[in-house]
Design a protein around this ligand. Structure first.
Ligand code: ADP
Ligand code: GLC
Length: 485
């Protein structure tokens, strides 16, 4: 089966969140199962060089509003995944992030940048494909590639089947309808049964409407997004397409996230030797200048600092937690209001809060390995990867019962601890009080070292490898090709 993943980020070339991890890992897992999975990304600054990419087409004029594009081909570093890159003068080769400037301002031409990515990806699903390779399945990811299913549905010569992968419904790519002619969408497609969403041209809605299948990154999220609380206005459309909608829980890269072989942590360990975790905790405490008392657990977070992630719940609960002796290590970046609140708290409580504002891959690994409990009080979480990383690192996660968190973490009760299924602490209400209550239960268990270590080991024993997810994707692709979608 020929499968093309169209995405706007992929680890290790460009990453702002979990999508990058998935876009890199799933094609590799599919290749290990014998399928020809490939990836297409924009040629952001430095990416072509890192991927050893060479031009494979001449310039193609594809969209009215964008400069002509050229395709390059290389390999995703650290893998055998063939990587296509879309190169277009002025569109991708610039300093800053994939979606915004270094100062955090969204690029004003994002609508054009990602329409072009989507249009080029679509070429692989039409006629004979590109440069001798044609996709049977075009697997799109989030709004940045949401127009691919629309282009394929609205043009002749389409052979590929399309999947709209949803990693986060909160980001929709909604733009003024005046853009329609610039991205070459026919005017008649601007309607409820098409690309229109509350008066806007919506890239994600287009993908959801036109794709053959819609696959979210956890089964619970697939159900949640059909309700107003999680649907961000798209619940009606999603419910109407429920027959084509399902959820497959992401896996994690168990080689890159392996406490027994992690170059970013000072002491390697596995489930038989949790004592080495202390060495990592000390390294983390030292790095952040944290008090080294061990009367209360060290808490950790590695996260985008946004409303989605429930940062305000942590901020509200923190004074009480600190009073009980807890310490907190945070590696994150995002909204200024949360950054400032965390900075203020850290200044008020020296030695109790370690804060790294910014992105740091090594610190993310050290936090997973070094803290006692990992916090993810997300308001919604399509899948979430960090809770799986932390289980693998013997660090029980404390999570809200939503999306992929609900599908991957088993709450600790007397019974689940006894029968070996417990892996963390789960709470339901999106309130600081509910988070505190879950943490109280965690703190009590933490004081009983034998039981707490049993919990850590249970998480370490869970299988979150990509193979299971990749098989589920293959089954879905197979149905689409065999059964007509
Ligand atoms: P989301 O994609 O919604 O941000 P996920 O849990 O799926 O949430 O994935 C987040 C990924 O990004 C994880 O691999 C996590 O380690 C990483 N990450 C987030 N913020 C940072 C940061 N400041 N430094 C390093 N890694 C980070
Ligand atoms: C999104 C979601 C996150 C998910 C990731 C990868 O960023 O917010 O929950 O794990 O995509 O699918």
């Amino acid at each position: 089966m020929n499968i093309l993943f169209a995405a706007s980020e992929a680890h290790p070339l460009v990453k702002t969140g979990g999508l990058a991890d998935v876009a890199a890992a799933l094609p590799q897992a599919l290749r290990r199962l014998g399928e020809d999975a490939r990836l297409i990304l924009p040629a952001y600054r430095g990416v072509a060089e890192a991927a050893g990419a060479q031009a494979i087409t001449s310039e193609m004029g594809l969209l009215t509003g964008t400069p002509p594009a050229r395709l390059l081909q290389g390999t995703l570093p650290g893998s055998d995944v063939p990587l296509y890159l879309v190169e277009a003068p002025g569109l991708y080769d610039r300093d800053g992030g994939p979606y915004a400037s270094a100062g955090g301002l969204e690029w004003p031409d994002n609508a054009l940048r990602f329409a072009l990515l989507a249009r080029v990806a679509a070429l692989f699903g039409q006629h004979d494909g590109v440069a001798g390779w044609r996709a049977d399945i075009l697997h799109c990811n989030d709004w940045q590639t949401g127009l691919t299913p629309a282009y394929l549905a609205l043009t002749e010569g389409t052979v590929a089947r399309t999947v709209m992968g949803i990693h986060n419904l909160a980001f929709q790519g909604n733009f003024p309808p005046a853009l329609m002619p610039l991205v070459d969408l026919p005017p008649y497609s601007f309607q409820v049964h098409g690309t229109e969403f509350f008066g806007h041209l919506s890239y994600l809605k287009a993908g959801i409407y036109y794709a053959d299948r819609i696959i979210t990154v956890s089964p619970t999220y697939a159900r949640e997004i059909q309700t107003p609380e999680f649907g961000f206005g798209m619940e009606g459309l999603l419910a109407s397409r429920s027959g084509a909608l399902s959820g497959i829980l992401n896996g994690i890269d168990t080689d890159y996230w392996d406490p027994a072989a992690d170059e970013h942590i000072p002491a390697a360990y596995d489930a038989t030797d949790l004592a080495a975790k202390d060495t990592n905790r000390r390294a983390l405490e030292q790095y952040f200048g944290l008090e080294m008392d061990t009367d209360a657990p060290l808490l950790g977070m590695v996260t985008r600092l946004t409303w989605q992630k429930g940062i305000d719940l942590v901020l509200d609960a923190l004074p009480a937690l600190l009073e009980q002796g807890a310490r907190l290590a945070v590696v994150g970046s995002g909204e200024a209001r949360y950054q400032e609140a965390l900075e203020a708290l850290a200044a008020q409580h020296p030695g109790r809060i370690g804060l790294h504002l910014g992105y740091s891959e090594p610190l993310a690994h050290l936090v997973e390995a070094g803290v006692d409990l990992f916090l993810m009080p997300s308001r919604f979480e399509p899948c979430g990867l960090n809770q799986m990383y932390s289980m693998r690192y013997g660090t029980p996660p404390v999570v809200r019962h939503t999306g992929g968190l609900a599908d991957s973490v088993v709450d600790t009760t007397f019974r689940s601890l006894q029968d070996g299924t417990a892996t963390g602490f789960v709470f339901t209400a999106a309130t600081a009080g509910a988070l505190q209550e879950a943490l109280m239960r965690a703190f009590i268990l933490w004081r009983d070292k034998t039981s707490f270590e049993a919990l850590c080991r249970q998480g370490m024993g869970r299988d979150f490898s990509w193979e299971r997810s990749a098989r589920a994707y293959l089954a879905a692709y197979g149905e689409m090709l065999g059964g007509g979608g």
